[in-house]
Structures are given as structure tokens and as C-alpha cells.
Design a protein around this ligand. Structure first.
Ligand SMILES: Cc1cc2nc3c(=O)[nH]c(=O)nc-3n(C[C@H](O)[C@H](O)[C@H](O)COP(=O)(O)O)c2cc1C
Length: 345
């Protein structure tokens, strides 16, 4: 990946030793190729081209609502960071861009701030993004033992609208220090949904969610599911570069995003987010036509976020242009029409 070494070094120096793991993740994601060889699977699906769209590009309305909040585009900046000195700036660049563009955003895992309250500010973005749909983030295995107060604090302290719980078994298992006990997770998610009066979303982190797993999760009370499938960032690769040889055999482990989305759409009736290797506005358009409410991206925004909020805006604006172009080429004037547009294998 192209990167700005000076900017990256400044951020890494500020992180110090507190967030060693997070620090290594960022460095590896910027400097190494951490992407799956396999694709997100959307190339297997095609729209029928409409030679007579009967639309002007300015007629296209990309606005939508998600969990009751209005968005200008059906896009989500996926969870990435926070939790060590220096990462607050990355989150604020992402958040300012989200505010300007009218899209949703999630912060990275808030695990670090549970034990280090001084790190809360690295997740706080409301000052620069007062109106965005904002999500907190915590690992599923951290739910055990979290008091109701601690759960509420995750949301309250960053003024989030909801909490995302991430499933990352493949990543944890290959880390020597990772969580190895993956029992009773659905019970914990159910408890969380009861405790919290804000929406809970469950996401994977690049290995996807099968339809039958979605069927186990939906009745727990979650309000949406983010498939975060294979085809983009592969955390087994990230962990391998951090020195986990166990990860190598699992470089290609995971359900491609398009397949995961299709399975979940057939299995459950809750809003779905398509993420994992979403790289173009055409991927986003296909995801919406296949039943997603939002399309999300993480890695493509990391380097821009290290640079400036304007760099994040520029990156997403390009994806927006591709998205609008796809909508025009299928004759969809709004998101409802795009969602109803046939897409074939
Ligand atoms: C640097 C980095 C850090 C991440 N940290 C988190 C995290 O703390 N919590 C989480 O739920 N997902 C995390 N993710 C996973 C992303 O949210 C996303 O699910 C995954 O990267 C796939 O999307 P992508 O292919 O667009 O990168 C992280 C991703 C990256 C690249």
C-alpha cells in the first residue's frame, strides 16, 4: 500500500507501549499486504445494463435511513481504531469526513479504555461529528464479566448511538495472547441486548457470517448484522506478520462477503451491512441490490485517515461517484429502486 512514512511514524511514536497490539496492527496494515487472495465474490453477480437509463446523475437520491437515523449515503466507516495515544486523530479524521458526507461510523474496539480511562478521548469524536450515526465496539469474548455499568459506559462515554460486538475467533486463536474460550457467546449477546437500551449490532472481522449463524444471532435481540466477510483485510495475515506462525494455514479462511450476505439475507429478517473487501461504488451498489442496508469499508480509509480528514473525504467521494454511476446505469433513482433492481449470477 502507498503510504506516508513520516505521518505513520508520528502516530506510532505517540502510541507508546500502551496499545502495543493496536500499534502493530496499524503498522502492519499500512506497510504489508494483508488482503485475502480470494475476492469478495461480488464479481460473480451482475446487473443488467440499461442503455436507456432515463435519468440524469443529479436526479439520483442516495439518501437512506438506518436504525432511525438519516444518512446521505448508505455507507459505513468500519471499526478500526482508538485505544492508544495517537489514534484519536485517526478517529477524528474519519469522523469529520463522516459528518461532512452524512455517513455512519464505528470506532475500533473499546477494550483498551475499560482498563485505561485516560484513553477514552481517543474514541471521542462527537466534538467534530455531532450528528453522525456512531457506533461503539467491543469484542464478543470481552462481554463475559462486563458489568451493566461498564456496558453503558462504552456507549455513554463516547456518545454513541449503538454498540457493535465483533466476532474474531480466527484472529484470537492464532494470537498467543488471544482469547481461546468461545463458549456461551450468544448468551452474552442476549444479556447485552437486554441491558442496553441502544441498538446492538454484531459483526465479523473479515471471515464472514453464515446464514445458520445469523439465525442463532438474530433472536438474541440484535438490531443489525454486519457480515464482514472474506475478500478484503485478512486478520490471519496481520497476525502472521505480528509473529503468529499458526495463522499461515488460515490466510484464506472465511466466507466471501457476497456469499455471506446472500446466506444471511435468506436466513434472517434484520438489517444487514455488507463489508469485507468492499472497494468500489459498484461493490456497494451490488451489495444494496442483494439486500444490504449499508456497505462498509475499513482498510481503504486507513491511509487517508493518517493524512487528513480531507483525504478520507476524497476517497469516499470517489466511491460515491462510482456508486451514483452504477445507480444511473441500472436506472435506479433512489435506494429503494436500487434495492429492488435484479442482479444475476
Ligand atoms: C487497522 C484495522 C483495525 C481494525 N480494528 C477493528 C476493531 O477494533 N474492531 C472491529 O470490529 N473490527 C476491526 N477491524 C475490522 C474491520 O472493521 C473490517 O471488518 C475488516 O477490516 C474488513 O473490512 P475491509 O476489507 O474493508 O478492511 C479492523 C480493521 C483494520 C484494517
Amino acid at each position: 500500500m502507498n503510504h506516508n512514512p513520516a505521518r505513520l511514524n508520528t502516530v506510532l511514536q505517540k502510541m507508546g507501549s500502551v496499545g502495543q497490539r493496536k500499534r502493530e496492527h496499524l503498522k502492519i496494515c499500512i506497510e504489508k499486504n494483508v488482503s485475502f487472495k480470494k475476492t469478495n465474490g461480488f464479481e460473480h453477480y451482475e446487473f443488467e445494463h440499461r442503455a436507456l437509463p432515463e435519468l440524469g446523475i443529479d436526479d439520483i437520491d442516495t439518501s437512506t435511513t438506518f436504525l432511525g437515523k438519516a444518512l446521505r449515503l448508505p455507507f459505513l466507516i468500519e471499526a478500526m481504531t482508538g485505544g492508544c495515544p495517537g489514534t484519536g486523530r485517526i478517529n477524528r479524521n474519519l469522523a469529520r469526513a463522516a459528518e461532512t458526507l452524512g455517513i455512519a461510523m464505528g470506532v475500533g474496539s473499546q477494550r483498551a479504555m475499560l482498563n485505561h480511562p485516560e484513553l477514552i478521548q481517543t474514541y471521542q469524536v462527537r466534538r467534530v461529528a455531532p450528528s453522525i450515526l456512531l457506533f461503539g465496539n467491543i469484542g464478543a469474548t470481552q462481554l463475559t464479566g462486563l458489568s451493566p455499568d461498564a456496558v453503558h459506559a462504552l456507549i455513554r462515554q463516547i456518545e454513541a448511538d449503538g454498540l457493535v460486538v465483533h466476532l474474531n475467533a480466527a484472529q484470537e486463536l492464532c494470537q498467543p495472547e488471544g482469547d481461546k474460550d468461545w463458549r456461551n457467546i450468544v448468551i452474552q449477546i442476549k444479556r447485552l441486548c437486554k441491558i442496553l437500551d441502544a441498538p446492538v449490532i454484531v459483526k465479523e472481522t473479515g471471515c464472514g457470517i453464515a446464514g445458520k449463524i445469523a439465525r442463532l444471532l438474530a433472536p438474541a435481540g440484535i438490531k443489525a448484522l454486519d457480515v464482514a466477510g472474506a475478500g478484503g483485510t485478512a486478520f490471519t495475515r496481520v497476525e502472521y506478520y505480528r509473529g503468529a506462525p499458526l495463522a499461515k494455514a488460515f490466510f484464506e479462511w472465511g466466507i466471501p462477503t457476497a456469499e455471506s450476505l446472500k446466506q444471511c439475507k435468506d436466513a434472517v429478517d434484520i438489517p444487514l451491512i455488507a463489508s469485507g473487501g468492499i472497494r468500489t461504488g459498484l461493490d456497494c451498489a451490488k451489495a444494496i441490490a442483494m439486500g444490504a442496508s449499508l456497505a462498509g469499508f475499513a482498510l481503504p480509509l486507513l491511509q487517508p485517515a493518517l493524512t487528513s480528514h480531507q483525504a478520507v473525504i476524497d476517497k469516499i467521494k470517489f466511491i460515491e461517484e462510482e456508486f451514483r454511476m452504477a445507480m444511473l446505469l441500472v436506472g435506479a433513482a433512489n435506494i429503494q429502486q436500487l434495492a429492488a433492481t435484479p442482479i444475476v449470477i
